[in-house]
Design a protein around this ligand. Structure first.
Ligand code: FES
Ligand code: FES
Length: 165
């Protein structure tokens, strides 16, 4: 039997009818048309479907939508503000941290979660915490450079809105 839930996504509230077994990824893409969250493996193994929930990175393909009710969800569509790319997005572009772009929303949101948690993460910390985000194109080096660069060039790259320095 379907249930009505309220999802808070990128600052907007959505009322949706979901089946108990609907994943958050299914609801984001198939019911709400938020296609920036990618469906890769659909098994919790590639990181393409990463979203932030209350500031932490989660794999939306293995999370039930009903468990995301009442929480603060951020997808890649909510990262840019006022038509300006987020510092992490700019840095990925500038440093060549993306090629086909399929993994990029998940990569950037995982990076955002890392910068939320750690003020100045080392290269090793970034590599370890991004190990669950797979990429077939970049070879990862430029991804790590992009995250380091965003952190160095913008002190607000990882801070939640309203908590900027
Ligand atoms: S699509 Fe979710 S981890 Fe691969
Ligand atoms: S840029 Fe193509 S999969 Fe990562």
């Amino acid at each position: 039997m379907k249930r009505a839930i309220e999802l808070s996504i990128n600052g907007d509230t959505y009322d949706v009818l979901v089946s108990p077994n609907n994943t958050l990824l299914e609801v984001l893409r198939d019911k709400l048309g938020l296609m920036g969250t990618k469906r890769g493996c659909d098994l919790g193994a590639c990181g393409a479907c990463t979203v932030l929930i209350n500031g932490e990175a989660y794999l939306s393909c293995v999370m039930l939508a009903i468990d995301a009710g009442g929480k603060d969800i951020l997808t890649i569509e909510g990262l840019a503000e006022g038509g300006e790319l987020h510092p992490l997005q700019s840095s990925f572009v500038e440093k060549g941290g993306l090629q086909c772009g399929f993994c990029t929303p998940g990569m950037i949101l995982t990076a955002r979660a890392i910068l939320n948690e750690e003020e100045n993460p080392t290269e090793d910390v970034i590599k370890r915490k991004m190990a669950g985000n797979l990429c077939r194109c970049t070879g990862y080096k430029k991804v790590v450079e992009a995250v380091m660069s965003a952190n160095e060039s913008d002190e607000n790259a990882g801070r939640p809105e309203g908590q900027e320095a």
